[in-house]
Design a protein around this ligand. Structure first.
Ligand SMILES: [Zn+2]
Length: 79
């Protein structure tokens, strides 16, 4: 366990070993939320697919996140 104190603005520094382990680069977005057990969860920001909420293998198209499965299904739509 690693203990860190917050500064006057509430910031903490993630230890270098943690950043390296999770492959977190400078400027990378992280998100945090309160889970069902009232715990603060911090994780790499990985927005889900706009259609199915999948976090797997997403790409961005016109500022929307789409998974490859939904992209394939969209390609099959005939107008
Ligand atoms: Zn999808």
């Amino acid at each position: 366990m690693i203990v860190r104190k917050t500064d006057q603005l509430g910031r903490i520094v993630l230890p270098k070993s943690t950043r390296k382990h999770f492959n977190i680069d400078t400027g990378e977005s992280l998100e945090f939320f309160i889970d069902a057990n009232n715990q603060i969860v911090l994780r790499k920001y990985n927005p889900s697919c706009s259609f199915c909420d999948s976090y797997e293998d997403n790409l961005i198209f016109k500022n929307k996140n789409l998974c490859r499965t939904c992209v394939s299904e969209i390609k099959e739509i005939k107008s």
